[in-house]
Design a protein around this ligand. Structure first.
Ligand code: ADP
Ligand code: MG
Length: 397
């Protein structure tokens, strides 16, 4: 996240969360699988700065997963060295190493015979945490990934949707508060709306925790959205380009990168702009149980055709047409099955357009930290922002 760049001295400025990630360095790392003519990873050297999200992208089979798994020694390099926080991981105890590295893979890979709590508590259990500390941590993590602890902590994986399982997988990866998290196509198996939410969730978690996160994806848009830096690899894990999303979009290193970035690099700029940069508008806010007549008067005098319903923690849960309030006594809770579509302020303008196109209101409620209401974004506001950012450089020299 560009506004949370790590300070090279390792100190943090006032107000910024403390950096908890550590540097990772790969030096001339080679992995040759038995019986393979070419090395899967052919001399990869890479510095991953503490507290950043680095995205690995590249064509299938180019060595992304192999490179990632060498960092927690699920795969042993043939040669070369890997240092985490300055310490060579070769010779470190595998189990000990993995307790300090979160690992999240596609689908969450939860143990089906264990509850959500038991799945998340695996590493804390290995670390010998007592029951109370573990239980508190599980609830805290469920909140963090957007699952209500009371509802979900005792469920089994089969009782969760794919997106919820993936959230639990992320919670498990974070459980012991590891400085490093490795993710391999973590959101590859969920539908686009859920994927967008999980991405936003990850960004807001990272805003609080500032881990070092290495994440493999095949989705370049995802890399642009999540990455502080993107590593583009070709066969043999050869580096085609390693830079910020902005720099790669503006200046692809060669034809390969340009092709990979794809047509419409200009449109991809939409993925660089966030909802937080758009001017939000406001609607009348009401709470469940408020007198409907008062709510309607307030909405009418504000000229709002609908009102936004918040829960007791200021999280938006529903919206109601102002005219429908006339038939009601009190503002009702959301009908069963209502799942208000919201946009995290971290969402990209691309996400925002997607969301609004599928919403009947042509606009979306924007939320911030811990899903709190921030405002409403509509088409016009997004278009205005696109036009602002797309202004060609007209200043004569
Ligand atoms: P990616 O994640 O980028 O798709 P991988 O790291 O999985 O790529 O694979 C890199 C190369 O190594 C591929 O050619 C793949 O076929 C090969 N490979 C991966 N795992 C093994 C293995 N266990 N044994 C032999 N070859 C493998
Ligand atoms: Mg892979």
């Amino acid at each position: 996240m560009s506004d949370l760049k790590s300070d090279p001295t390792g100190t943090t400025t006032a107000g910024e969360p403390e950096l908890s990630g550590v540097d990772i360095d790969l030096v001339d790392v080679v992995k040759r699988y038995p019986g393979q003519k070419k090395a899967a990873v052919d001399g990869l050297s890479l510095h991953i700065p503490a507290g950043e999200i680095v995205m690995f992208v590249g064509p299938s089979g180019c060595g992304k997963t192999t490179s990632l798994k060498m960092i927690n020694r699920l795969i042993e390099p043939t040669s070369g060295s890997i240092r985490i926080d300055g310490k060579d991981i070769h010779g470190q105890d595998d189990d000990e190493l993995r307790r300090h590295i979160g690992y999240v893979i596609q689908g969450g890979s939860l143990f089906p015979h264990m509850t959500v709590t038991q799945n998340i508590a695996l590493v804390p259990g290995l670390l010998g945490w007592d029951r109370r500390r573990t239980a508190e941590r599980v609830d805290e993590l469920l909140e963090l990934v957007g699952l209500d602890p009371d509802r979900y902590r005792s469920r089994y994986p089969r009782e969760l949707s794919g997106g919820q399982q993936q959230r639990v997988g992320v919670a498990r990866g974070l459980a012991a508060d590891p400085p490093v998290i490795l993710m391999d196509e973590p959101f590859g198996a969920v539908d686009p709306i859920t994927r967008q939410r999980l991405q936003d969730e990850l960004l807001s978690i990272q805003e609080e925790l500032r881990k070092t996160i290495v994440c493999v994806t095949h989705d370049f848009d995802e890399a642009v959205k999540l990455g502080d830096r993107i590593l583009i690899l070709t066969e043999g894990a050869k580096i085609a380009q390693y830079d910020t999303p902005e720099a790669i979009l503006a200046n692809p290193a060669d034809r390969f990168v340009a092709d990979f970035v794809g047509a419409g690099a200009a449109l991809k700029q939409l993925t660089l702009s966030r909802v937080s940069e758009v001017e939000l508008s406001h609607r009348t806010l009401v709470a469940v149980g408020d007198p409907a007549a008062g709510a309607m008067r307030a909405a009418q005098s504000a000229g709002d055709s609908y009102v936004v319903v918040l829960d007791d923690r200021r999280r938006p849960i529903d919206w109601l047409w102002t005219k429908d309030l006339a038939e009601l006594d009190r503002v009702p809770g959301p009908a069963e099955g209502t799942d208000l579509v919201t946009l995290d302020r971290r969402a990209t303008l691309n996400d925002a357009l997607d969301t609004m196109l599928t919403s009947s209101h042509g606009c979306a409620v924007v939320t911030g930290r811990r899903d709190e209401y921030l405002g409403v974004v509509d088409f016009q506001a997004v278009l205005d922002r696109i036009q602002e950012t797309a202004q060609p450089d007209e200043v004569p020299s």
